[in-house]
Write a protein that binds this ligand. Sequence first.
Ligand code: PRP
Ligand code: URA
Length: 209
Amino acid sequence: MSKVVVFDHPLIQHKLSILRDEKTSVKVFRELISEIAMLMCYEATRDLPLEEVDVKTPVAVAKCHRIAGKKLAVVPILRAGLGMVDGMVSMMPNVKVGHIGLYRDPATKEPVKYYFKMPADIAERDVIVVDPMLATGGSAAAAIDFLKEAGAKHIKLMSIIGAPEGVAKMQKAHPDVDIFVAALDDHLNENAYIVPGLGDAGDRIFGTK
Ligand code: PRP
Ligand code: URA
């Protein structure tokens, strides 16, 4: 069974309270999504392997640690996942970025794929899938199906808000994929929106409503 990590760090919780507010502007919403992703990235990469290196300071040689050449990829689920990419890239400037285009059919609530472009060596990379909302879990589970078909083996999912229904679906479909969220909300409403949630993440990031 996969692990579910809920970030209770005060900085993340503070930013999340502003993000949820319906009065928050598109500009501030975008900035917060990026900042929260950056803070979450810090914790979600805690298990990256390190190697020891000798570094000559002006005073002496210090035994230091650097990330041991781990190959990583960040994969946003379009559109809303794009909002989290900047924050991740600012923490990991050399990371490769793949894209999965999915939208939820408004009638069936099922994910529909329209784009898939990965780094050529995705099968050798550890992958962090990013999408602010884990609602029914349909989009995340489908995205991870496509990634596994492409050969990816070590995958994590990072979402800002998760619903219990989405977590359950993910854990059933992909018990090997750990889930990182800043908040685990109460339930889904009749339109499969997260309650209390923050509304439509894509529309709020891109100002499309
Ligand atoms: C949103 C969100 C997730 C999905 C979550 O995307 O960004 O991808 O819904 O819902 P689920 O867990 O029930 O699948 P949406 O389909 O609204 O597309 P958009 O990002 O292009 O607006
Ligand atoms: N997608 C969103 O953007 N918000 C929700 O609450 C559910 C799905």
